[in-house]
Design a protein around this ligand. Sequence first.
Ligand SMILES: *Cc1c(COP(=O)(O)O)cnc(C)c1O
Length: 379
Amino acid sequence: MKLNTKIIHAGVEPDPSTGAIMTPIFQTSTFVQSGPNQHQGYDYSRAGNPTRTALEKSLAALENAKHGLAFSSGVAATETVVKLLKPGDEVIAASDMYGGTYRLFSKIWEGFGIKFIYTDTSVAENVAKAVTDKTKLIWIETPTNPLMNITDIAAVAAIAKKAGALLCVDNTFASPYLQNPIDLGADIVMHSATKYLGGHSDVVMGALMFNHNDLLEKLFFIQKSSGAVPGPMDCFLVLRGIKTLHVRMQRHCENGKKVAAFLAANEKVKKVYWCGFEAAPGHAVAKKQMRDFGGMMSFELQDDSVEAATKVLTSTKLIALAESLGGVESLINHPATMTHASIPREERIKNGLSDSLIRLSIGIEDADDLIEDLREAIG
Ligand SMILES: *Cc1c(COP(=O)(O)O)cnc(C)c1O
């Protein structure tokens, strides 16, 4: 089955008791048993719920994976992968990754004796050099937030395989429509379903997709034991969101291309970070492993100051100033004072996140209106 058809149909069967074409929202905590431990596959909604099962099957299909598990947030999904490890184990992680992942690794899990080694994974040799006999997990994100750096998934997968470590790819920015890491050799794909999968800025959720049966056993055990599961209503919302993933992504990509070209030609803009430009450092790898380049981008102003950025951020009328991404509406944000404010300025600048860097999540409005809004705000 082709991706566009899987997006609509995978995991979703008409409800056997009523024929309802949409998966019902099984808003129930427990399930009546005919005798002790005699039930129809569900005993308690933390362990499993039919609405969640439909979603988990759909999630697996989207990433060409055998198994999918849904969590109450993206970070809960991430944490579930870390819980596969033991004190003394080492993780190689991208130095340029989602701030919440860095916070979870460095502020929580390091305290439990897991060692995290951060490196620029866009150069695959850096990952190979960081491998030791204690390396159990490699964690990458591509494209990255907010500089759109690209890591070669197949190259890192080969390194992970040789090291006997799992490779987990945070595929949130690309979405399964643009990139399928398991096909490139990754062991686990993680998504913040809050973003493109949900797609409507109305739910927080995370997902893991993978093939190995032994991983299913372990990850399902952690899911049920730690309990960071999404409720049935949220599962329904993401199931519904997924049904339009392909048409939304096509428009995100089209609009992204137009807005990136507009920004690149604007004299008040110093630099645009978007992996679709032929001159972008990761373009060749992006072209190899992605189907298109998406609607996420960042740009720097000629006047590289927080003040100049603030003027732009507070002047857009259509594009809303907010964290998050991947919804139908366009959002603008300022890494230096918002998503990456916890990083000391010196370190932030060293990592390429300048004071005027502005990130855009380009939605599916009319591109002309978005460009007009940006033209007026940039002034
Ligand atoms: C949002 C996000 C997360 C965290 O997901 P939540 O659903 O907010 O917990 C992880 N990685 C990336 C790339 C994200 O954008």
